[in-house]
Design a protein around this ligand. Structure first.
Ligand SMILES: [Zn+2]
Length: 174
C-alpha cells in the first residue's frame, strides 16, 4: 500500500462534523499533508476535491482539481478560505468521496469572491464562477462540518440514509 494514500473518512465519522481549525503556520507537516491529500484525491476515480477533515485532519485546507489530474496546473490549494462576497443561485448535482455512491441536488451560489492562502503562504482574493464556485462551496462546507446530505430536504435525507444502508449491506460503501 502506498503510504501517500490516506484513508478517506466517510459519513458517520465524527471528524466530518467538526468545524476545522485555522492553519496557523504552513510548515513541513502541512506541506506533506497537502501532498498526500493530492495523491489521495488523484487515486480515486472521480474525486475533484478533498478537504483535510476527509482524511481525519480537522484543519482548514482543501485541494481541488476539476480536471482530475489531466491538467494538474489547474489544481488549487485553499488554506483558511473565506467567502467575501457571493451572488446568484443554482441547483446542481454533487457527489462526495465521503458519501460514495450517493449524489444530491444542492443549491449553491454561482459567483464568489474568495479570500484564501496558498501553500506558499501568499494571500489571494479571487473571483470564481460556475462549477469551480460550486466545488469551492462544497469544500468550505467540509471545513464547517457540513456534508451534502445536510443540504437536502429531510425527506430526501431519509432516502439517502436508506440508500447508504443498502450500499453498506451490499459491500459497496467504499
Ligand atoms: Zn465532499
Amino acid at each position: 500500500m502506498d503510504e501517500n494514500i490516506l484513508m478517506i473518512y466517510k459519513y458517520g465519522d465524527d471528524v466530518l462534523k467538526l468545524k476545522a481549525e485555522e492553519v496557523k503556520h504552513i510548515d513541513e507537516d502541512i506541506i506533506k499533508l497537502l501532498d498526500k491529500m493530492t495523491a489521495t484525491m488523484y487515486s480515486t476515480n472521480n474525486g475533484i476535491g478533498l478537504a483535510a477533515p476527509q482524511v481525519g485532519k480537522s484543519l482548514q485546507m482543501s485541494v481541488i482539481d476539476l480536471t482530475m489530474g489531466a491538467k494538474a496546473e489547474e489544481r488549487i490549494v485553499l488554506i483558511n478560505p473565506e467567502i467575501i462576497e457571493s451572488d446568484g443561485v443554482e441547483t446542481g448535482e454533487e457527489g462526495c468521496l465521503s458519501l460514495p455512491g450517493i449524489s444530491a441536488q444542492v443549491k449553491r451560489k454561482t459567483r464568489l469572491l474568495l479570500q484564501y492562502f496558498d501553500l506558499a503562504g501568499k494571500e489571494h482574493q479571487r473571483e470564481f464562477q460556475g462549477f469551480m464556485a460550486r466545488a469551492i462551496q462544497h469544500e468550505i462546507d467540509h471545513l464547517q462540518g457540513v456534508l451534502i446530505i445536510d443540504r437536502v430536504s429531510s425527506l430526501r435525507r431519509q432516502m439517502v440514509k436508506k440508500e447508504i444502508k443498502r450500499l453498506k449491506r451490499d459491500g459497496k460503501w467504499n
